[in-house]
Design a binder for this molecule. Sequence first.
Ligand SMILES: NC(=O)c1ccc[n+]([C@@H]2O[C@H](COP(=O)([O-])OP(=O)(O)OC[C@H]3O[C@@H](n4cnc5c(N)ncnc54)[C@H](OP(=O)(O)O)[C@@H]3O)[C@@H](O)[C@H]2O)c1
Length: 305
Amino acid sequence: MLLPEGLHIVEPHVSCDVTSASMLPAQLSPPLSNGLSMPQIQLGVYLTSGNETVRAVRWALEAGYRGIDSAQMYHNEREAAQAITEFLASEGNKDGLTREDIHFTSKLASNSSYEAVRRSIKQSVKTCGLGYIDLFLLHSPYGGRKARLDSWRAVEDAVDEGDIRIGGVSNYGVKHLQELMAAKPRTMPAVNQIEIHPFNNRSDIASFCQDNNILVEAYAPLVRAMRMKHPTVVSLSSKYACTPAQLLVRWSVQHGYVPLPKSVKKARIMENSEVGGFQITDEDMAVLDGLDEYLVTDWDPTDAE
Ligand SMILES: NC(=O)c1ccc[n+]([C@@H]2O[C@H](COP(=O)([O-])OP(=O)(O)OC[C@H]3O[C@@H](n4cnc5c(N)ncnc54)[C@H](OP(=O)(O)O)[C@@H]3O)[C@@H](O)[C@H]2O)c1
């Protein structure tokens, strides 16, 4: 199969070796439904100002991250992309990386008509100045059935025309995915980005996605720092000689998700990606799974009409 330059193809059934002590955020995720893959751990830049974004993205790329999660609504697509471009041209780019080695995500602010969404995607591509966007998501299911289906058709066409490489959705509940399936789209979303962590483990959506070959990206993987002192998190972090944040990122990776930890602090950006030196046992994964309290840290559109 001929792939656009820079796209990684991985053999089906070959998953990333999450036991590797050398696991870095540059390592690839399990394969997507279209045979492509993306970095296993990516930096989130929600609630990050323009200046903070430039610094955080630069630190992340220097620390080995290869994926950045932005959105139209974050108002930092330009700055995130600027930091990528500057890093690639800098002496810090010791491995001689090129644009194709970096995975940049953005998201549509609002579902709308086909034409408006096509225009909006083109505007995001122009704003970021990276030539194309690697992963473009419908940010939420809000807007009703017609807007969801029309917006998805615009994403499919944007993939065909090379504006974006991978299409996906975010905050889609099972019913939204079923609605899309019933409409028989040319392609299903390769990704569903949802809030997911031990305190909101979304087992219904996650298992539906995994059964249907839709990769789950985990937002708020650090529970927005709201449960760092939870006794179970503290005791398991001590057992595995890691930090609470590393335990939470590791939980996500071992479930086969792609976590998007956010930080504007250099030391934390590094810490959040250094999760290769230990493996949580099946028993302790079950203990963490059992912490579910349907904790919503931001918004919850998964049940939207
Ligand atoms: N699709 C969606 O609707 C949606 C919604 C929300 C988020 N997201 C994406 O997912 C990303 C992550 O979610 P999030 O930003 O809401 O939350 P998060 O990554 O779970 O948590 C971020 C919070 O944790 C703190 N933190 C980071 N590393 C830490 C560490 N090692 N120890 C202690 N505290 C730490 C951060 O503070 P500092 O920055 O000060 O370090 C920040 O307050 C977002 O940035 C965005 O890209 C998507």
